[in-house]
Design a protein around this ligand. Structure first.
Ligand code: DP6
Length: 360
């Protein structure tokens, strides 16, 4: 098992003075959900996700050598304009990763970030945002240590992303990513995400995810608070065990192309996630009436047409509609005629499986 000590950077001589990097990193959608964590962003159970392609954060990081006084120094821009309210998140991220990246205090950074998806769409930007930032930090580290190989580069990028936001570690590399120790997934780790190690069946290649924006408002409970409520939750242990079992089943399904069982696991995971929220203390509901309307419509459509379309949910009211590429036309037709009316301002985003972060 890899220890986190391998990610502690040596005290490299600071040989570079200034420069910049730019990376994009996508969002991801979990099939088996991460909900509940231990200290230091260690997940209470393993999870698996499809990496998305279109919903991305693009972050440019300029750096200039400064006196190393032990303090972090950075300017934060969102779409080119200063954004003070994002600064505490970045400050916290730097503090969390400092033990592994001691060179950070030797530079002043200018971080300019933007998302490809609409602002406050209810799509979490923490996964793509933290991953994009971690990629830039690793590019800087590779400048300081040019002998670093690609494997270490991506592993540590995922490790750092995780310290920013758990699910971000699944946005770094690969189409299907597992995060968290699991007996049947070789190389899996609580410390970083790994590419699903077996061949993914043709049926799941280019899988589509159309995100229906049901409610774009501020969430009433943040993911961080939600994770904490799994402490002392009456069903926590059974839930964590079930996630292990569902990941075993999902592994088989992704290998053998069994779309029917894929649907069962994915929808059950989504509803279980929300059931955990409804049965925590305090309890809360993140679904909206339109979320339920959409779910019922999807079930009816699937029953009537036998088209293998299913839904999943994140910690919010939006619905991710998942389906194979070969039924894209029919499903989009269905979405336009029957589901758009339940979306806020009729908004939805068409996405599909992608490959991870990209240097620009
Ligand atoms: C419901 O990764 O946002 O989307 O680690 O506190 O930043 P933090 O939480 P976060 O939690 C995401 C939870 C989820 C399920 C999932 O993506 O696996």
């Amino acid at each position: 098992m890899i220890s986190e000590n391998v990610f502690i950077a040596s005290n490299y001589a600071i040989s570079i003075h200034e420069g910049s990097f730019q990376w994009s990193a996508p969002s991801n959608i979990a099939l088996v959900k991460y909900w509940g964590k231990k200290d230091k962003q260690i997940p209470a159970n393993p999870s698996i996700s499809f990496t998305l392609n279109n919903c991305k954060t693009i972050t440019k990081m300029g750096f200039a050598k400064k006196e190393n006084d032990g303090n972090f120094s950075f300017d934060l821009l969102f779409e080119g304009k200063p954004k003070e309210d994002f600064k505490p998140k970045i400050q916290k991220f730097f503090e969390r990763i400092f033990d592994y990246c001691p060179y950070l205090t030797a530079f002043h950074f200018t971080i300019d970030t933007e998302n490809t998806f609409p602002h406050s769409s209810g799509i979490a930007s923490s996964a793509s945002g933290m991953a994009a930032l971690a990629m830039n930090v690793m590019s800087l580290e590779r400048e300081l240590n040019p002998s670093m190989n690609d494997e270490y580069f991506y592993k540590k990028a995922s490790f750092l992303s995780r310290l920013g936001s758990g699910s971000a570690c699944r946005s770094v590399k690969g189409e299907v990513v597992v995060w968290g120790n699991h007996a049947e997934i070789s190389g899996s780790s609580d410390l970083f995400g790994v590419e699903f190690p077996s061949n993914v069946h043709e049926n799941f290649k280019s899988y589509q995810d159309t995100i229906l924006l049901v409610d774009k408002g501020e969430k009433q409970v943040s993911s961080t608070v939600g994770h904490d409520l799994m402490f002392g939750h009456p069903f926590a242990e059974q839930r964590f065990e079930q996630a292990h079992e569902n990941l075993s089943k999902m592994k088989t399904v992704l290998e053998n192309g069994d779309v029917e069982n894929f649907i069962k696991i994915v929808e059950s995971e989504a509803l279980t996630l929300h059931a955990m929220m409804m049965t925590s203390m305090p309890y809360f509901i993140l679904m909206k009436p339109n979320t339920l309307e959409i779910i019922n419509k999807i079930w009816k459509f699937r029953n009537e047409t036998q088209i293998p379309v299913c839904f999943t949910l994140d910690a919010g009211a939006n619905v991710h509609v998942l389906y194979p590429q070969n039924v894209k036309e029919k499903v989009l037709q269905f979405i336009k005629s029957e589901l758009v009316g339940y979306c806020q301002n009729g908004q939805y985003i068409c996405d599909e499986i992608g490959i991870g972060a990209q240097s620009i």
